[in-house]
Design a protein around this ligand. Sequence first.
Ligand SMILES: Nc1ncnc2c1ncn2[C@@H]1O[C@H](COP(=O)(O)OP(=O)(O)OP(=O)(O)O)[C@@H](O)[C@H]1O
Length: 246
Amino acid sequence: MAVLELINVTGGYTRKPVIRDLNFTIGQGELVGLIGLNGAGKSTTIKHIIGTLIPQQGEIKINGITLKEDIDNYRSSFSYIPETPVLYDELTLKEHLELTGMAYGLDEKTMKERASRLLSEFRMEKRLNWFPSHFSKGMRQKVMIMCAFLVNPHLYIIDEPFVGLDPLGIQSLLDQMDEKKREGASVLMSTHILSTAEKHCDRIILLHDGRVRAQGTMNDLRRAFNMPNATLDDLYIAMTKEQDNE
Ligand SMILES: Nc1ncnc2c1ncn2[C@@H]1O[C@H](COP(=O)(O)OP(=O)(O)OP(=O)(O)O)[C@@H](O)[C@H]1O
C-alpha cells in the first residue's frame, strides 16, 4: 500500500484551481522530489497534503486514510518541515524539542536519546538554552528539522529544505533522510536544487502549471521528454521551453 496517495486532486485558494488533477503515490522507503518552476504549485500541493487546504476535488490518503476519515491518525503519520521556519519566540531550543516530544506522545527517555543524536548531528548541542531570536536563519531551519526527525514518523513532507543551510547542514539533512529511508520512512521533498534531487531522489514529479507534466525515475523522465542522456537540469529547461512555446 502507498504511504501517500493523491487521487485526481484539484485545489487552490479560491474557486479557481491552482493544482489540477494531480495523481501520484509515494511508497514505503521512497524519497520523491517535487520539482517545478516558481508558481508551479509545489507549496500548494504540500498545503493540501498537510491539510491546511482541502481539495476541491479528489482525495489524499496517508497510509490509506483521508484527513476526514481520521484527523488525529492522519496528522500524526507525518512530519512537515516548512520552507520558512515557524518557531515560538518565547521557547528555547530545548523547550521546542520537549514540546514536540510531548505533542507526539514520546516518552522522556526516547525523546532525550533522539534529541541528543540530532543535536550532535546538526552541531546544535551548545545552543540548547538559546531563544529563536538569537538563531541565524540556518539555525532556525535546523530547529524545525530536528523537531521533524525527533517524531520519527512514516512520512516526511519537506518544502525546499536546502535554502539557508550551510553545506554541512545540507549533508546532515541528507544523511538523516537516507537513514530514515533505510528504516522504511518515506519522504516528499520540494526543491530547486536539481543536482541534489537528481542524485538523491528515487523518483521525481515534474509539476508544470499546476499539473503533473511527467513523473518517475530519471530514466522514465528521459523517455517522457525523449532526451536519452539528459540531466534533471536539461529536462527542467526543456519543460520551461514547452511553456514558452504554448
Ligand atoms: N495564499 C495564496 N493565496 C492565493 N494564491 C496563492 C497563495 N499562495 C500561492 N498562490 C498562488 O498559487 C500558485 C502556486 O504557488 P505555489 O506557492 O504553490 O508555487 P511553488 O511551486 O511552491 O513556487 P516557488 O517555487 O516559488 O515556491 C501561484 O500562482 C501563486 O500565486
